[in-house]
Design a protein around this ligand. Structure first.
Ligand code: KG4
Ligand code: ZN
Length: 346
């Protein structure tokens, strides 16, 4: 079964064709990072306009790279939630139009589900039951799955998402958007033990990251001998390269510690889990990959998507749709599709 997966929920316009959930026939991603980095974050209006320019060339490229035409497709899947409204509208409208004109079965797909299914690309087959750790720019969740297409949220953030804190801390340190890769790069020259940042105390399997962001802000102000009333955008001018590296390394190490502690608690509560899969942009982080693999490989099978499938792409959308179809999901009516900026995986 050949599925075209389309993704446009944030700042990547992406399309891919995947056969039977894991064999990648093509994968095209056009990133808008260079456009948005000038503003220090994603500007929704600009994102939507850029998707409009890119969407058809990206879809056409995915077909020609796979040496297929539209009529060879068995299904079209597209991210319809959650995400930026204008961005979602562009991808879903393109997908609906192609599905209607060519009479191809149509599958709207949840973005977080797709991130999880990035772990089934490249021939991997994580064993169920499993714990999925979704760590992206907009979400931080631990999800328990007993089987394909079955999701129980067992932990979630009460405030900021993990990727969002990477982006905000990067801004404080004067590092470019997106913050995750910038912090990882700066941290290579830093001492992770230089600054002691607090581990947020949150009950159960939930997370809280806004306190950590404020802790970094206060620690920077203190280190520079500036009052806490100093606006965060004024700090970067006072920081030297070593301070930036040490703050980046200390922050990154703290995030890895928090993630490890929560996952350990989840593994204790769900002892039947055989595998742990990581998903979302932050799962591209090299330190996180190394430390979490070390922590869990004795007890679980540990999976990370290939870095290029950690961040937004169309292949994961096609894979998620395939396993939904295998689990009995019926095609949707492309005329009546709705998009939604927020929604819970179910
Ligand atoms: O999954 P994604 O591409 O988009 C959303 O669905 O949100 O995730 C984007 C997030 C950004 O916050 C970015 O800073 C973070 O993933 N990210 C990273 C790394 N690469 C991307 N965070 C930490 N380390 C990285 N190497
Ligand atoms: Zn994403």
């Amino acid at each position: 079964m050949k599925i075209l997966g389309i993704e446009s929920s944030c700042d990547e316009t992406a399309a891919a064709i995947v056969e039977n959930g894991s064999r990648i026939l093509s994968n095209v991603v056009v990133s808008q990072i260079d456009i948005h980095s000038a503003y220090g974050g994603v500007i929704p209006e600009i994102a939507a306009r850029s998707h409009i320019e890119a969407i058809m060339p990206v879809i056409n490229q995915s077909l020609s790279d796979a040496r297929l035409t539209v009529t060879d497709l068995d299904a079209i899947a597209v991210t319809h939630t959650p995400g930026l409204v204008g961005s979602l509208l562009v991808g879903t409208l393109a997908a609906r139009t192609i599905a209607i004109l060519n009479n191809i079965p149509f599958y709207p797909t949840h973005h977080l589900k797709s991130h999880i299914y990035a772990n089934w690309l490249s021939g991997n087959e994580p064993e169920f039951p499993l714990l999925a750790m979704v760590i992206s720019g907009g979400h931080t969740q631990i999800i328990y799955m007993e089987r394909h297409d079955d999701f129980h949220i067992i932990g979630t953030t009460r405030d900021d998402a993990i990727g969002e804190v990477f982006d905000k801390v990067a801004k404080i340190l004067g590092l470019p958007y997106p913050g995750g890769p910038s912090i990882a790069r700066a941290a290579l020259n830093g001492n992770p033990n230089k600054y002691q940042l607090p581990i947020p105390q949150v009950d159960g399997l939930d997370f809280s990251f806004s306190g950590l962001k404020t802790a970094v802000l206060r620690a920077v102000q203190k280190d520079l001998g500036l009052p806490i009333t100093t606006p965060s955008h004024e700090l970067k001018a006072h920081l030297n390269a070593q301070q930036i590296a040490d703050f980046a390394a200390s922050f990154q190490a703290t995030v890895v510690k928090i993630t490890t502690l929560k996952l350990k608690a989840a593994a204790r509560q769900y002892p039947a889990a055989k595998s742990i899969v990581f998903a979302g942009g932050v799962s591209a982080n090299q330190l996180l990959r190394e430390k979490l693999t070390q922590s869990f490989h004795h007890t679980h099978q540990v999976f990370f998507p290939e870095p290029k499938f950690s961040t937004d792409n169309g292949a994961m959308v096609a894979s998620a749709a395939y396993y939904s179809i295998e689990s009995g999901e019926k095609a949707s009516d492309p005329y009546s599709l709705d998009i939604s900026p927020r929604s819970i995986i179910s």
